[in-house]
Design a protein around this ligand. Structure first.
Ligand code: X8Z
Ligand code: ZN
Length: 666
């Protein structure tokens, strides 16, 4: 493949330097109708006519809701918060009305599509509306407030002119690059302190969600969340256990290896009591992705360069230097700051064009011009925004956007591919009636872009000039597998534990007074991760993860991390690929693209097992392709871990400082 460098793309993107505001990810809330109060049903309306009307009303109200949400996410103020809360309140009141109206059709003749649409109306909402209007208003206000608190989260240290204030992005930079134990602990603790004030609001928020769920006939909000998978909530919970059991041995091997390397680096402090990994040393605020520990966990030095981040940073620097060279006269500090922003934006756009190129190489369409005008690519200088990446369908008619605070690093680069997966789903199912405009299930939505990420092999990365010449050797293979495992395998237990916590909060087995203890118990049980210092109930560590204050269900990401390997294998087959799974890329393959797009275009119009069967030949989620993909690494890890006692013990750690980890310094 001929190298097609990122810098070529820069020439094109540099012309488009503006971006405007945008909307909130409706893959979490779709179908999210918006706008006016529910219209009374016309006399003699049939079930099929009812659903046709609801679809029209959703379409009509949708842009106003998404605009309000986009504004509140990209310009956090009291005003935008209020407007978003009100829009959401109207939207949920309307949904309540439709659900009420749908009851009269129970047992009536209707088409299968109508029956499915009525079922989806009830099960696809993550914020179930209480009947009582006052409680509904309180719920939507709290939702906007919590998301705003997360977006504005700032950790300040010191006082007076010495005071240093940092937001999530800067604190994440510390975990990404700084290997000093205390600096990492400070960044980790600092970010988690920003969630403390959410605790009271979240407690009330969870109560109100449950009121809404009960008003809809569910035992609690967790049961509602588990009911959107074309099976019973109990069957769904059992499915997640089954899938986790398939991959747990692989995770345990990776965990064991990581602990050995961390201990080599930090001594006793590289592991916490019971053999768990210290939360602040994993290169990531939530220990969900260990890619940033490459410096410590790379199996073989000099077996092929995979340092994408260094290349992306080079590109950004070159952009800046170019602007500097063009500048006439002595630039002021403000000129320099402007040039830096322009360089950051140009780099972010070039990264996004590179991601788009993968999709178009498979025959999918280009993103519309409005995408490039309205997307938020980088963190604005002049206002508070929610930086957590997401993708938006503003109007079900082509106004698609992403909202990110892109930095030139590998994680953000792959996140762009992830977000465009959502966008391509939107564009493919926009032809369907609004109620079907969502993923086959929410795990499908999350898996689209990540399927492409699996196809970003070292050879692909070399072809786009982001890594140097690749070796074809066993060592290079293990390096490449490790790079993928640090992102994908490390994630698996995290993908489960967040909703294990929320399911417990919603069903009452986790009480507000035990929120933090239960959080760390689950981190210990699933991830084998523990805090290095006591985390008592004065903290609210769950609130430090976007999806908790943002009320986005999380099991979808666990499912996605299984499904994406099934999709990847199916697309490799469609591309006619023969060879070991891990080496397959379908970049440029139109047959794979057509197969992918056909799945996207189905949306939620049929039960997901059918959609999965059309794609993969099987109607079951299955982790066998994950294990097939990582087979060489798993063998290698077993050898590395020989003689070690792997695994960890889950003695409660949240309220008592782990001895070795906190008492030693040096
Ligand atoms: O939230 C996301 C995406 C938006 S849907 C950036 N992800 C999860 C996370 O960041 O926690 C992608 C992977 C997991
Ligand atoms: Zn996503």
């Amino acid at each position: 493949m001929k190298p097609r460098h990122l810098l070529l793309a820069l020439a094109v993107s540099a012309a488009v330097l503006t971006f405007a505001g945008c909307k909130k990810a409706p893959e979490s809330a779709a179908p999210t109708p918006g706008g006016v109060a529910t219209t009374p049903p016309p006399e003699g309306e049939t079930a099929d006519q009812f659903i046709a009307r609801v679809n029209n009303e959703i379409r009509a109200g949708y842009p106003e809701l998404t605009s309000a949400q986009w504004l509140s996410s990209t310009y956090i103020t009291d005003d935008s918060e209020l407007v978003a809360a009100k829009a959401n309140e109207r939207n949920l009141a309307q949904l309540r009305g439709w659900i009420e109206q749908s009851k009269k059709f129970e047992g009536q003749p209707m088409s299968p599509d109508t029956a499915r649409a009525i079922m989806l109306l009830k099960t696809q909402v993550s914020m179930p509306p209480p009947k009582d209007p006052k409680q509904l208003a309180e719920l939507t206000k709290l939702a906007s407030k919590l998301e705003g608190m997360y977006g504005k989260g700032t950790y300040c240290k010191g006082a007076g002119p010495q005071q240093q204030c940092r937001q999530l992005g800067e604190l994440e930079d510390v975990l990404r690059t700084n290997r000093d134990y205390d600096a990492q602990l400070d960044a980790w603790q600092g970010w988690h302190s920003t969630a403390q004030p959410m605790r009271k609001d979240y407690t009330r928020f969870a109560e109100l969600l449950n009121v809404g769920a009960r008003d809809m006939g569910y035992a609690d909000t967790g049961e509602l969340w588990r009911s959107g998978y074309d099976m019973t909530p109990a069957q769904f919970a059992a499915e997640t256990d089954r899938l986790w059991a398939q991959v747990k041995p692989l995770y345990e091997q990776l965990h064991c290896y990581a602990r050995t390397q961390l201990t080599a680096k930090y001594g006793d402090r590289g592991a916490v009591a019971g053999g768990m990994l210290p939360a602040h040393l994993m290169g990531n605020m939530w220990q969900q992705d260990w890619s940033n520990l490459w410096d410590m966990l790379q199996p073989y030095a000099n077996a092929g360069d995979l340092d994408v981040t260094a290349k992306l940073q080079d590109i950004q620097r070159q952009q800046y230097n170019l602007a500097l060279a063009k500048h006439t006269g002595n630039p002021t500090a403000s000129d320099l700051a402007d040039m830096q922003v322009a360089a950051n934006l140009a780099t972010a756009k070039a990264m996004t064009e590179r991601a788009q190129d993968f999709y178009t190489s498979m025959g999918l369409p280009k993103l519309p011009a409005s995408y490039w005008e309205k997307t938020q690519f980088i963190k604005p200088r002049d206002r508070e925004v929610v930086c957590h990446a997401n993708a938006w369908d503003m109007n079900m008619a082509g106004d698609v956007r992403t909202k990110m605070c892109i930095k030139p690093n590998e994680e953000d680069f792959t996140t762009i591919y992830h977000e465009l997966g959502h966008v391509y789903y939107y564009m493919a199912y926009n032809k369907l009636p609004p109620i079907f405009q969502t993923g086959a299930h929410d795990g499908f939505h999350e898996a689209i872009g990540d399927t492409i990420v699996l196809a970003m092999t070292p050879d692909y990365m070399q072809s786009i000039g982001l890594v140097g010449e690749q070796q074809q050797s066993d060592q290079a293979l293990i390096n490449a597998q490790m790079r993928m495992a640090l992102a994908k395998v490390a994630f698996l237990p995290f993908g489960l534990m967040i909703d294990r916590w929320r399911w417990g909060v919603f069903d009452g087995t986790i009480k507000p007074e035990n929120y933090n203890q239960a959080w760390w118990d689950l981190k210990a049980k699933y991830q084998g991760v523990a805090p290095a210092t006591a985390r008592g109930e004065e903290f609210f560590d769950a609130g430090a993860k976007y999806h908790v204050p943002g009320n986005t269900p999380y099991t979808r990401y666990f499912l996605s991390h299984i499904l994406q390997f099934q999709f990847y294998k199916a697309l490799c087959d469609a591309a006619g690929y023969k060879g070991p799974l891990y080496a397959c890329s379908f970049y440029g393959n139109k047959a794979a693209g057509a197969k992918f797009e056909a799945m996207l275009a189905r949306g939620a119009s049929q039960p997901w097992p059918q959609t999965l069967k059309e794609m993969t030949g099987s109607d079951k989620m299955d982790a066998t392709p994950v294990l097939e993909y990582f087979a060489p690494l798993q063998d290698w890890l077993k050898k590395q871990n020989e003689g070690q006692t792997c695994g960890w013990s889950t003695t409660p750690v949240a309220s008592a400082p782990a001895s070795a980890a906190t008492t030693k310094r040096g």
